[in-house]
Design a protein. Structure first.
Length: 249
């Protein structure tokens, strides 16, 4: 009986982190409605940390479950789909009228489609197919923090943000290949050089977090089309090489 109770108590931990992720999304929505856009953006980033940890903890403690996967997806839809869409609309796109709410609604629905495709995918590839919804949300959040840090008014760039929302929505439902960090584990030993490199990266981000986070997430979003282009080019060269070998054989 004690072992069964212990096993049941372990499952609480990853779901608790998922609940904290959901709370961050709810807090972000309330902060956006109150026009506290920086607080709303930071809440989504904190939610991303909880989203990262719940999966790591579930795999490390061998407590993954179908309930946890579905609950995590529902929380992700609110924190990384609805919350950033509302944030971008109230922050800069409200003045654009119908195109603004259309772009933000498209972002939310493409995020839902991206999560549904991920949950039903049977691919064994270590890469993501399409931009992950947390990365798409982080791109929006980093823009809010970047403009806030440099004290730039977003009104002059609202058309750029409008195009960006459509672009991020497309990337989420596209077949672009994005690198996954699933294999990175916080519960396994690592080489000393990697530890030093990780510490240096964290120190650099802590120095100018708003600017460096914007650069990091921008690079990640752009990396998808480039990786896809490189993959197709290499596969095309391999096919041509095989054809040549078969021809000269």
């Amino acid at each position: 009986m004690q072992k069964q109770n212990l096993k049941k108590s372990i499952y609480i931990l990853p779901n608790l982190f998922t609940s904290m992720n959901l709370f961050c999304g709810y807090y972000s929505i309330t902060a956006s409605v109150q026009l506290r856009f920086v607080d709303a953006a930071i809440a989504i980033l904190i939610g991303g940390v909880f989203d990262l940890l719940d999966g790591k903890i579930a795999r490390a403690t061998n407590t993954t479950s179908k309930f946890g996967i579905e609950y995590d997806s529902l929380a992700d839809l609110i924190t990384f789909g609805l919350a950033p869409a509302l944030l971008m609309f109230l922050w800069v796109l409200e003045s654009t009228g119908r195109p603004g709410w259309s772009a933000t609604f498209l972002f939310a629905i493409c995020g839902a489609l991206r999560l549904a495709r991920f949950n039903t995918s049977t691919s064994s590839s270590s890469d993501f197919e399409g931009l992950p919804i947390p990365a798409a949300a982080a791109m929006n959040v980093s823009l809010v923090l970047f403009f806030s840090r440099l004290q730039i008014s977003p009104e002059s760039y609202k058309l750029i943000f409008l195009v960006l929302m459509f672009g991020l929505s497309f990337c989420m439902v596209s077949s672009f290949r994005y690198k996954s960090f699933k294999k990175v584990s916080f519960f396994k030993s690592m080489k000393f050089n990697r530890l030093v490199g990780l510490i240096l990266i964290l120190v650099a981000i802590a120095t100018e977090p708003y600017i460096l986070l914007f650069i990091v997430f921008s690079i990640y979003v752009i990396s998808g089309p480039f990786l896809t282009l490189i993959y197709h080019s290499s596969s095309k060269d391999d096919k041509e090489t095989q054809i040549d070998k078969g021809f000269y054989k």
